[in-house]
Write a protein that binds this ligand. Structure first.
Ligand SMILES: Cc1cc2nc3c(=O)[nH]c(=O)nc-3n(C[C@H](O)[C@H](O)[C@H](O)COP(=O)(O)OP(=O)(O)OC[C@H]3O[C@@H](n4cnc5c(N)ncnc54)[C@H](O)[C@@H]3O)c2cc1C
Ligand code: FES
Length: 362
């Protein structure tokens, strides 16, 4: 049975859950630390990872100002699916919001997932997650990996604030593999940064180096200086706000210090090269204007605040709606060519032809 809760469709527990439990034990045996995990968590993430289960909060840990970690285990006692650094899970909060959280622990560390959540002022899901205590049940889907880590001789990791979560897992992997690594870690203030002591300890016992800078002492990050920490053969992994990430990307392209650049954003980047267009809702007959600087999702949610969404970056599929007419500039990473013929993602895709309306099955 499916119920529509808040921002995404969730599946109610029951016979399906037991079947999922059995499938998960098989899955966990199949994929434990095997290369098949990469195939199941491809760089081009799929909308349906087909893997959804309930977890129990085993512990909560206050890591830094407004940052709380949750340790999650499976409610049915089955092993958790294994994952690779950079992976995240979709978490459904008790009220039905679905949000992504990176797995911040040590990959392959077995019984628990660790997620670390920054409480955003006015944030719906993060506020709810901070109010959870031991024993609470959370529905989880995934893991999914849109930020996979390739092998490199030297890693240049850059994390801004809570962007440290996927990077911490990558560092654990670099340490395990004996690779050289440098972490540039920037935040508002020292008190706002989780895991500093642990990361410094990891650096002491491996081939790593940690640089911590904060706005209140050092001022804002300087992209040129950060990219200069590369050693020519470095793979750069960045998790932080879109503006910083964009400047680091430009800088790394112009530099010989870094060989490759990878990034993940926790919040969507601003709309680029947008033209205004119109949505027509086929069933209700409503017409909605979408401005050049906003998404179809944002415009639609003004009159339909319950319209489902999740990642707002075109990779989870939560906002997909049917297309009745109109040509679409698809900007997502989730729909297949055949799905694109009759559907679109509202969070990133736009009208392809100036002045032509998109008619939606709504
Ligand atoms: C792949 C991926 C991994 C993520 N991993 C983590 C993680 O490990 N830890 C973590 O804390 N978050 C993570 N996030 C962000 C998380 O999914 C939520 O977006 C975040 O918790 C805010 O959700 P909310 O419901 O509290 O805020 P909402 O109710 O969705 O938003 C409230 C307001 O806050 C703004 N806002 C939303 N997100 C942010 C943000 N990150 N910074 C500043 N303002 C924001 C919104 O634009 C809105 O105005 C990740 C996101 C993605 C896509
Ligand atoms: S909200 Fe995730 S694809 Fe649109």
């Amino acid at each position: 049975m499916h119920s529509h809760l808040g921002e995404i469709t969730v599946t109610a527990p029951g016979r399906g859950l037991r079947a999922i439990g059995a499938a998960s034990r098989f899955y966990a045996r199949l994929v434990t630390d095997s290369p098949i995990v990469t195939a199941l968590s491809p760089a081009r993430p799929r909308r349906s990872v087909g893997y959804e289960f309930e977890t129990v909060v085993d512990d909560t840990i206050d890591e830094a100002e407004d940052v709380r970690s949750l340790l999650l285990s499976r409610r049915d006692g089955a092993p958790l699916p294994t994952w690779q650094p950079g992976a995240h899970i979709d978490v459904t909060t008790p009220s039905g919001s679905v949000r992504q959280y990176s797995l911040a622990g040590r990959p392959g560390s077995g019984d628990h997932y660790r997620i670390s959540v920054r409480k955003i002022p006015g944030g719906r899901a993060s506020t709810e997650i901070h109010a959870l205590s031991r024993g609470a049940v959370l529905r989880v889907r995934g893991p999914r990996n849109a930020f996979p880590m390739a092998e490199a001789e030297h890693y240049l990791f850059v994390a801004a604030g809570i962007g440290i979560t996927p990077i911490r897992a990558m560092i654990e992997r670099a340490v395990r593999d004996g690779a050289r690594w440098t972490l540039y870690y920037h935040g508002r203030s020292r008190a706002s940064l989780p895991f500093v002591a642990l990361l410094q300890q990891l650096a002491l016992t491996s081939r790593g180096h940690v640089i911590v800078k904060t706005d209140d002492v050092d001022g804002f990050p300087v992209p040129e200086d950060i990219v200069d920490l590369g050693m020519g053969n470095s793979a750069m992994y960045v998790c932080g706000p879109a503006a910083l990430s964009g400047r680091l990307r430009d800088e790394s392209l112009a530099s010989t210090a870094v060989r490759e650049f990878h990034t993940e954003l926790f919040a969507p980047a601003a709309v680029v090269d947008g033209m205004p267009f119109v949505l027509k809702l086929d069933r209700s007959g409503d017409t909605i204007e979408v401005g050049a600087q906003e998404t179809a999702l944002d415009a639609l949610r003004r009159s339909r605040p319950d319209q489902p969404f999740s990642c707002r970056q075109g990779f989870c599929g939560a906002c997909v709606v049917g297309l009745v007419a109109g040509r679409v500039e698809h900007r997502d990473r989730v729909l297949s060519p055949s799905e694109r013929e009759n559907s679109l993602t509202l969070c990133v895709s736009r009208a392809a032809v100036d002045g032509e309306a998109l008619v939606l099955d709504l």
